[in-house]
Design a protein around this ligand. Structure first.
Ligand SMILES: [Zn+2]
Length: 183
């Protein structure tokens, strides 16, 4: 007799961020013989939901609380799983570059800059000889400065290292310095 390996079940997923309720949705998850439900599918669903939000374009780490309820018709639901997951929101580079060009008054260069095959250089960015362009700002935090030798886009990464505060995401900043594009 063929073994039934996969069984689809409906659940209700409830999400909240720092006690602010995001809402709930019905989801379909596979039960297998080994596990009550597929954790990867659950995490993917939470991730896809959260990244739709309006986040800081510089990047963010968002702690999300979730509760998973059984949702069988004509039965009261009960909690089958709950917990907190950290969703990493990647920086929105395109939006940040657009803002940088706008602030520099060179928005008309946007297409050129976005299409540039950047050649990042840390020359003349300060720092020490072994690590040009790299600064320590105390603790495990470093800032890495670099610019593109072709289009003059300047990029600074802030990396917080191991001593970061909970939920503190690495950040990226852009500036447009067209005079640097002709190194
Ligand atoms: Zn470039």
């Amino acid at each position: 007799m063929a073994k039934q390996l996969i069984d689809l079940h409906y659940y209700t997923l409830e999400l909240s961020i720092e006690d602010g309720r995001l809402g709930s949705t019905e989801i379909e998850l596979c039960d297998t013989e080994d596990a009550l439900l597929s954790k990867d599918d659950l995490l993917d669903t939470i991730h896809d939901w959260v990244i739709e939000g309006n986040w800081n374009p510089r990047g963010a780490i968002v702690p999300v609380d979730y509760i998973l309820w059984t949702n069988k018709i004509c039965e009261d639901g009960c909690i089958v799983d709950h917990g907190t997951v950290e969703i990493h929101i990647e920086p929105d580079h395109e939006t940040l570059i657009e803002l940088a060009l706008f602030e520099a008054g060179h928005l008309y260069q946007l297409k050129n800059v976005l299409n540039c095959e950047h050649n990042w250089s840390r020359e003349n960015e300060g720092g020490c000889n072994e690590n040009p362009g790299v600064y320590s700002t105390g603790g495990t935090t470093i800032i890495i400065n670099e610019h593109c030798t072709k289009c003059g886009l300047h990029r600074a990464w802030t990396r917080y290292g191991s001593q970061r505060n909970p939920g503190q995401s690495d950040l990226v900043d852009y500036k447009y310095e067209p005079e640097r594009g002709s190194d």
